[in-house]
Design a binder for this molecule. Structure first.
Ligand SMILES: *Cc1c(COP(=O)(O)O)cnc(C)c1O
Length: 372
């Protein structure tokens, strides 16, 4: 591909991407294929002779797209959001063009903290329904010391993955400081919400932490990957950091997004998605067959049918099979719970209403069958 063809293909690709995203909701959000489906569609070996661009692009729709879960469909409510915006994609093109190997500590990821975290994670309770409080941490520390261990690291979470619970930093911080333990705060998802003043009380006690991390690639409209980490004492990290030497020019995406949305635009995005979660929550609350399983603070609603785990598993199975919307479950205090996360930038109220209608229709069928 020479420069002339790059100009042509690049423009075509921009059109393809815009068409893909603007029409994404017409595609089934979840693929109807078995793992390994690709094997029969593509050759086993790389081609010896070069192929034409046309042949490759034709195969995008033929072999690639049918196997894709469309994370940016407004009917995608699984996991947490994966941010996406046009300014970020444009900036990513420029990033690819500059193609530098960044050695500098700009907006970087958590490789080292994650490694340290893995060492102590064994002690973090697996039931994330409730936030970690002082008594729990104190007990953990005392147990470790009694076993001859020296606790040196504690990872608090603001916005846990299963239920978006918030650890009590004002209780945990002083204990960590007293015990000389490094306190890291994982705010991968919730961190973006703190650009809105009304959510900042959840940050109380952050000044006690040694490091703080959040992922603009989750909720701040910066495409994957972009994870920002702050450390209180730069020297603590710079003296030890390793893992990759170079990194991509990720801050370019942030720069484009922040400038094109402005703080107001980003706040509006967060607030809109929180409002959509509240809208879904009130639909669930109005239906006596269902219950809400955790406080809805940001863009995640944990809910379930009042009844057995098996019943809820069956409901999720049917939701997944229908492929109209996509959800994933979590486990809270032994309960099988459905997670409804507001994910796509383009999700609107009517998508929420339709998703709920779909869920209640499947519920109706399920309960009818169960009663026979
Ligand atoms: C999503 C999430 C992570 C993982 O984020 P990466 O995208 O893998 O960096 C970690 N912690 C919490 C609480 C999360 O929600």
């Amino acid at each position: 591909m020479d420069a002339a063809e790059f100009r042509r293909r690049g423009k075509e690709m921009v059109d393809y991407v815009a068409d893909y995203l603007e029409n994404i909701e017409k595609r089934p959000v979840y693929p109807d294929l078995e793992p390994g489906y690709l094997r029969s569609l593509i050759p086993n070996e790389a081609p010896l002779e070069p192929e034409s661009y046309e042949d490759i692009i034709k195969d995008v729709e033929r072999v690639i797209m049918p196997g894709v879960t469309h994370w940016h469909s407004p009917y995608f409510f699984a996991y947490f959001p994966a941010a996406s915006s046009y300014p970020a994609m444009v900036a990513d093109m420029l990033c690819g063009a500059i193609g530098c190997i960044g050695f500098s500590w700009a907006h970087s990821s958590v490789e080292r903290a994650a490694l340290i975290g893995a060492v102590m994670m064994r002690k973090v309770p697996t039931d994330n329904r409730y936030a970690v409080r002082k008594e729990m941490l104190k007990k953990m520390v005392e147990e470790d010391k009694a076993a001859g261990l020296i606790p040196f690291y504690f990872c608090a979470t603001l916005g846990t993955t299963p239920s978006c619970a918030f650890d009590h930093l004002t209780e945990l911080g002083p204990l960590c400081n007293e015990e000389n333990m490094w306190m890291h705060i994982d705010a991968a998802y919730a961190g973006s919400a703190f650009i809105c003043p009304e959510f900042r009380p959840l940050l109380n006690g952050v000044e006690l932490a040694d490091s703080f991390n959040f992922n603009p690639h989750k909720w701040l409209l910066v495409n994957f990957d972009c994870s920002a980490m702050w450390v209180k004492e730069r020297a603590d990290i710079i003296g030890h950091w390793q893992i990759p030497l170079g990194r991509r020019f990720r801050s370019l995406k942030m720069w484009f997004v922040f400038r094109m949305y402005g703080l107001k635009g980003l706040q509006a995005h967060i607030r809109k998605q929180v409002a959509l979660a509240k809208e879904f929550e009130s639909l669930v609350r109005a239906d006596k067959r269902f219950e809400i399983c955790a406080e809805v603070v940001l863009g995640l609603v944990c809910f379930r049918l009042k009844g057995s785990n098996e019943l809820n598993q069956e409901l999720l199975k049917r939701i997944t099979k229908s492929r109209e919307i996509h959800l994933v479950p979590c486990q809270l205090s032994g309960c099988f719970v459905l997670r409804f996360a507001i994910c796509a930038r383009t999700t609107e109220s009517h998508h929420i209403q339709q998703a709920w209608q779909h869920i209640t229709q499947l519920t109706f069928e399920l309960l009818q069958e169960a009663s026979h």
